[in-house]
Design a protein around this ligand. Structure first.
Ligand SMILES: CCN[C@H]1CN(CCOCC)S(=O)(=O)c2sc(S(N)(=O)=O)cc21
Ligand SMILES: [Zn+2]
Length: 260
């Protein structure tokens, strides 16, 4: 496919050349304005049934670090809230900034967070494959969790300890027995809106569910992500993996709803 990245020449402002949907009507991320969100009493709580989740590996795909899960049955799903079906957990990954700079994709009242965690789920009730779901308007549900700097996160070290194994693009290593429930904040109150993938191919297939409460991680832990590289081991130019976020996109009249 087409090469894309987060640099000056191949970054978010250039993506529309190969991915015209970049200028579509339901692009992500967006700036969430809390006072403009609709409190919808029909919007119930979300449920994360992750107790039987099965993580497989952790990988550097040249854009982020990704932990993948077994998604051949309904062992780990998100359900409820705005969703009409349970959606299967497929992978999670992060977006982050440079040293001392914010790196979240969504912003809240114009304010960014240090980083943003995305748990990607797909609608296996309606679609026969992840690929099909990724192109359908109700195919994906991504749970977004903001990361704020402060004290060490007691479980994030399980991920940062593995990062040295996936320094280069295209590297991956076993990563079994990890349950992302340990990365959730105490409250599951959320905002939700209809949007897209925040990276190419930018499919407008995502129901976004963003938790209002951030989790706290330390600067040191976040700094570990910045030892990852965008480039492969065989490339001579070493490019630190950082600022791998797309900035907020036009709301285009969309409604943002708030859980009760
Ligand atoms: C680097 C490519 N990132 C993509 C890869 N996938 C989509 C393409 O798959 C087609 C079979 S994905 O559905 O796993 C996904 S979710 C997000 S995000 N940041 O919006 O949560 C980006 C991406
Ligand atoms: Zn993402």
């Amino acid at each position: 496919g087409h090469h894309w990245g987060y640099g000056k020449e191949d970054g978010p402002s250039a993506w529309h050349k190969n991915y015209p949907v970049a200028q579509g009507n339901r692009q992500s991320p967006i700036d969430i304005i809390p006072e403009e969100a609709t409190r919808d009493r029909d919007l119930g709580p979300i449920f994360l049934d992750y107790d039987r989740c099965t993580s497989i590996n952790i990988a550097n795909n040249g854009h982020s670090v990704v932990v993948e899960f077994v998604d051949s049955d309904d062992r780990s799903v998100i359900r409820g809230g705005p969703l009409d079906n349970p959606y299967r957990l497929k992978q999670f990954h992060f977006h982050w900034g440079g040293k001392g700079h914010d790196g979240s994709e969504h912003t809240v009242g114009g304010i960014g967070y240090a980083s943003e965690l995305h748990l990607v789920h797909w609608n296996a009730v309606k679609y026969r494959s992840f690929g099909d779901a990724a192109e359908a308007p109700d195919g994906l549900a991504v749970l977004g969790i903001f990361l704020e700097t402060g004290d060490d996160h007691r479980w994030l070290h399980m991920i940062t300890d593995a990062l040295f194994m996936v320094k280069y693009k295209g590297s991956d290593t076993d990563f079994k027995g990890f349950n992302p429930k340990c990365l959730l904040p105490s409250s599951l109150h959320y905002w939700t809106y209809l949007g897209s993938l925040t990276t190419p191919p930018l499919h407008e297939s995502v129901t976004w569910i963003l938790l209002k409460e951030p989790i706290i991680v330390s600067d040191k832990q976040l700094g570990m992500f910045r030892m990852l590289l965008f480039n492969g081991e065989d490339e001579d130019e070493r490019k630190r993996m950082e600022n791998n976020f797309r900035p907020p996109q036009p709301l285009k009249g969309r409604e943002v709803r708030s859980s009760n």
